[in-house]
Design a protein. Structure first.
Length: 246
């Protein structure tokens, strides 16, 4: 697997992850992952985790172990999400990047296609996100969930199959799992093709003409971890989203 590179220097690498590729290795994952690509590209040797380590959850990991476990990958995006993914080339750089994400010093901009017309066309969604007690594979707006904020702006409104849709720019100010998907569902404008949150019938109908969750990690903006120079990396909108919006 040869993944497109959007930016590279001696410290960091930003790839354009295609939809359909899983980021991290797991026993349940078949096929090559972004982590496999990173190991090969950075000439890393995957670390074998012992039984003792797996059971020692209270032991804080050294950054070198974290780097090896993650193959330098600084954050995650879902399998069906395309776009920018940031990878550190050394443990020290990974530590800096993880701090940036934790302190919300990393600008993330997504493009997504949703059902309906958002009103107002620009706004902010502030609602706590957490795992659903009755289905731990899904997230939702729950009492006691973690603070979650997403800013949005409608870029385009179009019609398809006698229904209205919107191309929306989303900027999550927090980094909760499935945050954008859950927030857009919460305001009754689910993402096209979202098999978890759009509703079973809607998602099934969507999949007849939209092959995946229509979500794209469009831009990453941050200060370089070594030079401090502001960087803006952009992954062009993929062909499948372009075809739907045209």
């Amino acid at each position: 697997m040869d993944l497109p590179i959007l930016y590279e220097d001696e410290h960091i690498l930003v790839i354009n992850k295609p939809a359909g590729i899983v980021v991290n290795r797991a026993q349940s994952v078949r096929g090559e992952t972004v982590q496999d690509f990173a190991d090969r590209y950075l000439h890393l040797v995957p670390r074998v985790v012992s039984v003792q380590e797996k059971g020692a959850e209270s032991i804080e990991k050294d950054i070198k172990e974290v780097f090896s476990d993650r193959s330098g990958i600084a954050h995650r995006i879902d399998k069906e999400t395309s776009g920018c993914l940031l990878i550190a080339k050394t443990p020290e750089i990974l530590g800096v990047l993880l701090t940036k994400f934790r302190e919300r010093d990393m600008g993330k901009t997504y493009l997504t296609i949703v059902h309906g017309i958002l009103v107002p066309s620009e706004g902010e969604i502030n609602a706590p996100v957490g795992r659903l007690p009755w289905n731990t594979e899904r997230f939702g707006i729950v009492v006691g969930g973690k603070e979650s904020v997403t800013k949005y702006k409608v870029e385009k409104i179009f019609e398809r199959k006698n229904s209205k849709f919107s191309l929306v720019e989303c900027c999550p100010k927090t980094g909760r799992t499935h945050q954008i998907r859950v927030h857009l569902k919460y305001i009754q404008h689910p993402i096209v093709g979202d098999y978890l949150y759009a509703g079973r019938k809607t998602a099934r109908d969507d999949r007849k003409w939209a092959p995946r969750v229509m979500l794209h990690a469009w831009k990453l903006s941050f200060d370089h971890p070594v030079t401090g120079i502001p960087l803006l990396v952009e992954a062009p909108m993929p062909d499948d989203m372009m075809r739907i919006c045209s």
